[in-house]
Ligand binder design. Structure first.
Ligand code: ADP
Ligand code: PLP
Length: 325
């Protein structure tokens, strides 16, 4: 029997923040995607010394013209051809959102099958960390172009204008997000009143052909602490796993399988991060310690353990099961 051929490789343009030290944005996404066998080209929306959760940071937010210039440079050499995936994270202002819109439209023109994974980086824990006008821009301009949307609980509430406190609320929010034109939605973590030690991922996959919808939830233990870049790692890994599943699966179910694997990777990397933090004797951040009050060694202790725990990206130890809801 002939040996199996090489696994298909995605060609990804990833537009996110860059930090010199630590793992958020492109620094949290590029290595895991490469490890899973994909080609990644990165455009950086900012270049900072470290993420903004430290007490201080240095560096530059790039203007939208910078992104447009880099993309025009790719086009001038025909290097914009052949992208299968666009992944976007922190953009920070409306000009950058417009530049991403333009790039997404041009890439779709080149490749009508382009998969656009949109992580709507707007805020967390009840607060926006981008200008308020971005919410409507994401909702009205980017969501209709996206293939897969990965909001956290707060971002899903902002985009739908609906509070989300239960799995039923989350299902309704997914329906509202589908109505914007996104076929795949993953609310990455949701805390309900039932059990404060458990978080839920809620996913929804809608067939553009039949309109049939598969909605599911994955429960996982909530780890205490303050992990940065977890949303960025999740979006990258779920994109890669969805690509693998979509290539094999027929019918609905690919998104749930991709989320099971991505949740397992997150758990593996985050448990390794906590273990490293405990081993170095650095105090574990109390749950709601104000951002500006965390000592640098505590913040650093929660930089994701992506390199030492890389096995968890390829072949995670834990298994999680999606349940239909
Ligand atoms: N406190 C936590 N405990 C366990 N897993 C977490 C925790 N925070 C994040 N994760 C994992 O990281 C993923 C993305 O994190 P989330 O906080 O939802 O996104 P964001 O960083 O965009 O706010 C979750 O789906 C989950 O797998
Ligand atoms: C510039 C930048 N991008 C991305 C992130 C990651 O955010 P999150 O931890 O919500 O994924 C941070 C976190 O502070 C950041 O400073």
């Amino acid at each position: 029997m002939a040996p199996p051929g090489p696994a298909a490789s995605a060609r990804i343009l990833s537009i996110q923040s860059h930090v010199v030290s630590g793992y958020v944005g492109n620094r949290a996404a590029t290595f895991p995607l490469q490890l899973l066998g994909h080609e990644v080209d990165a455009i950086n929306t900012v270049q900072f010394s470290n993420h903004t959760g430290y007490n201080t940071f240095a560096g530059t937010r790039f203007a939208a013209a910078h992104m447009r210039e880099l993309f025009a440079g790719l086009q001038a050499n025909g290097l914009d051809r052949g992208y299968t995936h666009l992944l976007t994270g922190y953009m920070g202002n409306s000009d950058n959102v417009r530049a991403v819109e333009s790039i997404a439209r041009q890439l779709r023109e080149q490749n009508p099958g382009l998969v656009f994974v949109l992580d709507p980086v707007l805020g967390d824990d009840g607060a926006l960390y981008v200008p308020e006008d971005l919410v409507a821009l994401y909702r009205d301009v980017l969501c209709p172009l996206a293939t897969l949307l990965t909001p956290n609980q707060f971002e899903a509430e902002q985009l739908t204008g609906q509070p989300i406190a239960s799995l039923d609320d989350a299902k309704r929010a997914c329906d509202a997000l589908h109505a914007l034109g996104v076929p795949n939605v993953v609310i990455t973590s949701l805390q309900t009143a039932d059990d404060p030690d458990v978080l839920h991922l809620v996913g929804s996959e809608k067939s553009p052909q039949t309109g049939a919808c598969h909605q599911f939830a994955i429960a996982f233990p909530r780890l205490t602490g303050y992990f940065t870049g977890s949303g960025d790692l999740f979006a990258a890994v779920v994109m890669a796993r969805h690509f693998e599943m979509a290539a094999h699966a027929d019918g609905l179910g690919a998104l749930a399988r991709a989320c099971e694997l991505a949740t397992a990777t997150q758990a593996g990397v985050m448990v390794a991060t906590k273990r490293r933090q405990e081993a170095t004797g650095v105090a574990v951040a109390p749950d709601h310690l104000h951002r500006g009050s965390r000592p640098a060694d505590m913040v650093r202790g929660f930089e994701l353990c992506i390199i030492p725990a890389q096995r968890q990206i390829v072949s995670p130890d834990t298994r999680f099961a999606a349940v239909d809801i």
